[in-house]
Design a protein around this ligand. Structure first.
Ligand code: ZN
Ligand code: FE
Length: 255
């Protein structure tokens, strides 16, 4: 299977997976045109669409693509994602007809209440729940939701490849380094991403093991992160309070 990152808007990626038979899957088609162009360029048939959450930059192309290609569409159970789609639940394993594969659904509340991810090993299509070196804003969830979601991601195999929906990595690195300036893995990741971006390459996907070593939102147990959270007034020993402090710190951060 071949993974492709289709750029859309200013900084979205629409992830595409295709097999040697010419069957393609896309995740979160916020726009139809770049998907149609990629299907043409690579001579692929769109057979499956996976939706992580209801935001327009993730579903804007859904109706048009569904009307033209009649793919199987999987989506969270949320009326804000209109259509007679197959609705998914946390923990279920989906059988995808084409590209022939299996995907496990993870509920990842926080950014939105019905946000899900699809673990189609080795890839995790996680929408706006997790970014490289960061996470999505808490629009509809609590720090406890964020903790639950980060714990679910952290429990996946370390070789899992994180396919997030936005290229936010360099901006996230600035905040992450303000939390953990002495983290060598984080410093190395920023240098790697600076080089990738200077050459016009995506910073994604990234291995979960690398994120666990560098992303503060997956590092609430690291002493330096705990100390930073305590200095922000987060209750000592509360992982949820720490994640809340990190998220609030990122919301107000100016590089
Ligand atoms: Zn979003
Ligand atoms: Fe988004």
């Amino acid at each position: 299977m071949q993974l492709r990152a289709i750029p859309a808007f200013a900084d979205n990626y629409i992830w595409m997976l295709d097999d040697e038979l010419g069957n393609a899957l896309v995740v979160d088609p916020g726009a139809a045109e770049p998907v149609e162009a990629a299907l043409q360029t690579h001579d692929l048939r769109l057979r499956t669409i996976l939706i992580t959450h209801h935001h327009p930059d993730h579903i804007g192309g859904l109706q048009s693509l569904a009307a033209h290609h009649h793919p199987h569409v999987f989506a969270p159970d949320d009326a804000r994602i209109g259509g007679a789609w197959r609705r998914v639940q946390h923990g279920e394993m989906l059988t995808l007809a084409a590209p022939a594969s299996h995907a496990v659904v993870l509920a990842l509340p926080g950014h939105t209440r019905s946000h899900v991810a699809y673990h189609l090993a080795p890839w995790l299509f996680c929408g706006d729940a997790l970014f490289s070196l960061g996470c999505g804003r808490l629009f509809e969830g609590t720090p406890m939701d964020l903790l639950l979601s980060m714990q679910r991601i952290a429990a996946l195999p370390p070789e899992t490849l994180i396919c997030a929906a936005h290229e936010y990595t360099l901006a996230n690195a600035a905040f992450a380094l303000s939390v953990e300036p002495d983290n060598a893995a984080l410093q190395a990741r920023r240098a790697q991403v600076q080089s990738l971006r200077a050459h016009g390459q995506p910073s994604l996907p990234v291995a979960l093991a690398d994120e666990c070593a560098s992303n503060p939102f997956l590092r609430w147990e690291a002493p330096a992160v705990r100390a930073w959270c305590a200095a922000q007034g987060a209750a000592q020993g509360s992982a949820a309070a720490c994640l809340g402090a990190l998220r609030a710190g990122k919301d107000g951060f100016q590089a």
